[in-house]
Design a protein around this ligand. Structure first.
Ligand code: PMP
Ligand code: GLN
Length: 414
């Protein structure tokens, strides 16, 4: 085994996907919709697959199928207020996962530090380590909500002084994930400006994981850090068609940024996967073409999807609140974190176990109640796993029937 693999062999998805497949009747664990992608997207895939252009079954351009990089450049150029060159400012990847992997491989040297905001999407830590880097963690700290109100993901905040203290001459990059998985926090302009100012001051890159960019609720706005002063030139934006079009299995993702950074991502990409499935890229290109035509209109999927998900969020918030599994109301994403403290008597604590309590709770819940969720500790580094160990994360990108079935389990339980 190569040294770079030491200590990174465990994976929460491998473990919990298997548990859910074995025991769950209602799976609110791993994040994926159980409803289909929109018809226009499926139809585009079928057209690409069965149409006359049989070249769509062959290799395409390494750094992105031309129709896809062109439409991405057009669409996001509009959002960013920035002229994007499809060939040098955009690169298509095998999901956002590979985009992240390319970033760490491209920019992180032995001993470089990468700042990660906790709780974080779990793969950032092992990917930084695999590149030889040192993850440096800074927590979002919860503030008590106003009396009688449910906690919101907005109550989880960075301490500005603490964040500033993590930047040093060894810092190569910070990973930002807004809207954040698992809390659903949507970073405010003020918070983003704080991060941006520190990046500029210390000449640090920003890897901006924006896979949940469309999923923001209650009229909140997703602000792209690359659009802030001094940030375009030091930011790599990461997106995912899996989240954008509810088709996580297609594994189409992308990166965007200045050529001075993207050129190094291309080097990693051409020497690893080379390119991702042509047919899927063609269909995603057509999906974006449609969205560009319907930009800002009520029929736009990017307007309809968050509307539907906000309602699903509200249902799940209600069911959890009714049984005393206090939800933290998310401002974005399709995840919701809930407090299991009042359910502790069902799963007694084992004082000498190394495994965080929430993880044992989630395993007990799927085995005994058939309901799958993910322990929040999975989104903390090893040293901090016990700091917040009485929360579990639910995914609410689910059909009404699935959410009802979850509600039935919860009601019967309490
Ligand atoms: N980043 C975040 C924050 C995620 O939640 C996920 C999981 N979907 C990914 C990246 C990976 O995305 P993809 O499925 O497109 O590889
Ligand atoms: N991003 C999804 C989640 O957080 C799925 C991740 C995965 O399957 N590796 O649940």
């Amino acid at each position: 085994q190569a040294r770079r693999l030491e200590g990174i062999d465990k994976n929460v998805w491998v473990e919990f996907v298997k548990l859910a497949a074995t025991y769950s009747t209602v799976n609110l664990g791993q994040g994926f919709p159980d409803f289909p992608p929109p018809d226009f997207l499926k139809e585009a895939f079928v057209r690409a697959l069965t149409g006359e252009n049989h070249m769509l079954h062959q290799y395409t351009r390494a750094f992105g199928h031309p129709p896809l990089v062109k439409i991405l450049a057009q669409y996001f150029g509009k959002l960013l207020g920035q002229d994007l060159d499809p060939m040098t400012n955009v690169m298509v990847t095998v999901g956002a996962y590979q985009a992240l992997f390319c970033c760490f491989q491209a920019f992180v040297d032995e001993g470089d530090e990468v700042i990660i905001i906790e709780p974080f999407f779990d793969c950032y830590e092992p990917m930084v380590k695999m590149a030889g880097g040192m993850p440096v963690f800074v927590p979002l700290r919860p503030k008590a909500p106003k009396d009688g109100k449910l906690m919101s993901s907005a109550d989880w905040q960075l301490d500005p002084a603490e964040l500033a203290s993590k930047f040093s001459e060894r810092t190569k990059a910070i990973v930002l994930n807004s809207p954040n998985n698992p809390l659903g926090k949507v970073f405010s302009r003020g918070e983003l400006e704080l991060i941006a100012d520190l990046c500029v001051k210390h000449d640090v890159l920003c890897i901006s994981d924006e896979v949940y960019e469309w999923l923001v609720y209650d009229g909140k706005e997703h602000i792209r850090i690359a659009s802030l002063q001094g940030m375009w030139d030091r930011t790599v934006i990461i997106g995912s068609a899996g989240k954008t079009f509810s088709a996580t299995g297609w594994k189409v993702g992308w990166t965007m940024g200045p050529n001075r950074l993207l050129q190094h991502l291309r080097t990693v990409h051409q020497n690893s996967v080379y390119h991702c499935a042509t047919v899927a890229q063609e269909a995603v290109a057509q999906g974006f073409q449609r969205e560009l035509e319907l930009y800002g209109k009520p029929e736009s999927y990017f307007i309809q999807l968050p509307k539907e998900l906000q309602q699903k969020r509200d249902w799940l918030v209600q069911s959890l609140d009714a049984v005393g599994m206090k939800p933290i109301v998310p401002e974005g994403t399709y995840f919701l974190v809930a407090d299991i403290s009042e359910f502790k008597s069902d799963v007694p604590d084992v004082a000498d176990s190394d495994e965080p309590y929430d993880s044992r709770f989630a395993k007990w819940m799927v085995k005994n109640k058939g309901l799958a969720a993910i322990p929040l500790s999975a989104f903390y580094c090893g040293a901090h796993k016990n700091n917040y160990n009485h929360f579990i994360r639910f995914c609410f990108a689910k059909e009404e029937a699935t959410l009802k079935a979850a509600n039935d389990i919860l009601q019967k339980w309490k």
